[in-house]
Ligand binder design. Sequence first.
Ligand code: ADP
Ligand code: MG
Length: 715
Amino acid sequence: MKKSKPVIASERNYIIEKEKFVPVSEYYGEDTFSHKVMKEKLPKDTFKKLMEAINEDKILDIATADIVAHAMKEWALEKGATHFAHWFQPMTGITAEKHDAFVDPSGIGEVVEKFSGKQLVQGEPDASSFPSGGIRATFEARGYTAWDMSSPAFIRRNGISTTLCIPTAFISYTGEALDKKTPLLRSNRAVNTSALNMLKLLGSKNVKKVYATLGPEQEYFLIDMDYFFKRQDLVLGGRTIVGAPPAKGQELEDQYFGSIKERMSSYMHDGIPAKTRHNEVAPSQFELAPVFEEANLAVDHNQIVMDTMQSVAKKHSLACLLHEKPFAKINGSGKHVNWSLSDNNGNNLLNPGNTPHDNITFLVFLVAAVRAVYKNADILRASVATYANDHRLGANEAPPAIISVFLGDQLTKILANIEKGTVNKATDAEIIDLGISSLPIVSKDNTDRNRTSPFAFTGNKFEFRAVGSSQSISFPATVLNTIVAESIDHLAEKIKAKGAKNINQAVFEVLKSEIKDIKPVLFNGDNYTKEWETEAGKRGLPNYKTTPVALKALITSKALNLFEKYQVLSKVELNSRYIIYLEKYIKDLEIEVKCLNNICLNQVIPAAAAYQKMIAKAIISTKEVLGTAAVVSAQTEILKKVVDLVNSIYLVNKDILAKVEVANAVHDEAKKADTLCGKVKPKMDELREYVDELEGLVDDELWPLPKFWEMLFIS
Ligand code: ADP
Ligand code: MG
C-alpha cells in the first residue's frame, strides 16, 4: 500500500504508564455492585430478602426495591456515576442502554440525586427501534425492561461519562421476549427443574438448585488502527472482502504461545482480567479465557468483555477484530463455550466422582448431554448460524457444520462396556465405581486430545467450539440448557418406569439402551476430513453448511414444540427469532455487496487504471528510445492481464448487483436469503479472486488497500 510507512511500536505516541503491581484479586469486580458490596451496603433484612428473591425466584416488594435502589445510587455516586441505564441485549447482536440522569428537580432551580425502586425495577424504552421479527406488527410497539436481580449492576466508563448499568430483560408490552436474556433465564429455570428432579430420583440430598456454568474462550485479532480505518470492509463489515494471503502465513507455527508482542501485551494488561491469555495459531490472533460463572452472568460478562476489548484497543491505537473470519485463508476466530452443570453446593455434575453415587450422577448427566446433542444437533447448529460464521464452519480449521460429540477413548470405552453389559475389573485405584460394577475412571489428562470436534468433553465439562467469536453466547447456551433439560426428563421417566428397587441397577439398564441409541453422534477422529463427512452422512447426522439452510431447524415442529413445552420460547417468539436471524443474514451480506462495489469501483479499478497507464506509457517510450523492434513482451503481457482482470471485475460486480436486485424483489425472507446465499455469495468469492490476482500485479505504491502482510505482521 502507498504512503503509510511501516509503523513500529516505539514510534507510537501512546503511553504505557509505569504501573505499580496490584494483584488482580484486589481490583477484580471493583466496579460491580456484587453480593459482597450489597451485603456491606444494605440493611441485613433487605439483603436477606434480596438474596431470597434471587435464589428462590421470589418477588421483591417495592419497599425493598426502594432501599436497594437508594444503596445502589449512593454506591454509584461514589464511583462518579451521573446517570443510570437499563442495560439490555436486544436482537441486534449488540447491547443497548437507555440513559437517565439521577437528578430530579427538588424546587425551583434545584435538583437532588434520586433513584427509586420503580426506576430500578422497570424501564420503558421504545421497542420499535429494535428488531422484533414481526411481533410488533401484531402487538403494541411499547416494550419494557425488567431488572434482572441475578446479574449485578455495574459501572461503565466511557470517555468522561460514568454510568450505573442495570442488567435487564427486554420484553414487549404483551410479555413476548424481545431480547437474548429472557429465554436464557427461562432455560436456566427449565434445566434447574429437570436436574433437581433427576437428582432427587438418584437419591441426592441437600441440593436446592442446579445451574448451568459457562466459560467462553474468546478469540480475536489485533491490528494497527491506521490500517483498520483504511479499509471500509473492516470498518463496515468486520472482515476483509478482498485481499491476498501473505507470503508467510501460519505455516511456521511460530505464533501459538509465542511471546506476545509489546503493544499487544500492554493491551492485554489494560483492564481486561482473564484467566488465560495467549497467542493463537494465526499471526496477530489471540485468545482470552475467562473465569467460568453461572450462565446468565457469563453471557452478560462476555458482552461486556467484547465491548471493553474494542474500546481498550482504541486506547492503544489498535483495532480489535471479533469477526469470525477477518482474513480469508488465515485461521478464523471462534468462541469455545465451555458448559457444565453445577449444584448450589458447588459440585460440578459432569465431574466423575469417588463414590458410586457421584459416578452414577456423572454418567446420567453425561449421557443426557450427549443424547441432547444427538437428538437436536440441527437446533444446536442453528444456534451458531450467522453470515460471518459460515466463513468458518467447515473451512477446515474450524469444526465442520456437522455436530458430533468427542468423548475421548476412555469414556467411549466406558460407555461401550455399559452398553455391552460387561464389567471391567478394577486394576488400580482409578475406577469408576457404579456400586454394581467397576469401570476405569476418566483421568483428565486423557481427554481433549481432539481439537477438531465441535462438541468435546474435556474432563469435567463440554466445550462447544462451533460458536462464532462475535456472536452472543446467549442463544447457544439457551439451546443447550433446553435440550439437556428435555433429555434429563427423558432419562428420568425411563428410570422411573423401571420401577426397580435398586436405583443403580435401573440407571444402568436405562443407560445401556440409551447409549445404543445415541452412538452415531460419537466421533473421536479428525472432523476435518472428507471421510468423516461421508461417514456422518451414512450415520444420518445433519450437515447444514449455510445459515439459510441451518436456520430452518428453528421452525420445525420438533423445535417449536420443544421450546414451548419448556416455556423457553413460545411458537410466536421462536418464529419471530427465525425471521430476525434471516434478516440479519440478508443485511450482513448486502452490506458486503455494497462495500465490494465501492472498493472495486472507487479503489481497485482506479488503481489498476493508473498502473495500466504507467505500463502503456513505458511500452511506448521504450519503443521510442530503442526502436519498434524492441522486445516489450513482458510489459505487454502484464498490461493485457491487468486489462482482462479489470474487465472481469467490472462484469462480475455488475452481475452481483443485478442478482441482488432480483433477490430484493422477493418478499419472502427465506427465499431471499436462499438466493443471496446460492447465487450472490459464490459470485462475491469469484470477484475476490480477480481482485486478489490483480493485487499481485499492480505496483505496491498504487494499491489503495492495506495488504494482509502489513496488517498481520506490523504492530
Ligand atoms: P483446560 O485448560 O483444560 O482447557 P480450563 O480449566 O483452563 O481447562 O478451562 C478452560 C475454560 O473453561 C476457561 O474459560 C474456564 O473458565 C472454563 N471452565 C472450566 N471449568 C468450567 C465449568 N465447570 N463450567 C464452565 N466452564 C468451565
Ligand atoms: Mg479451548
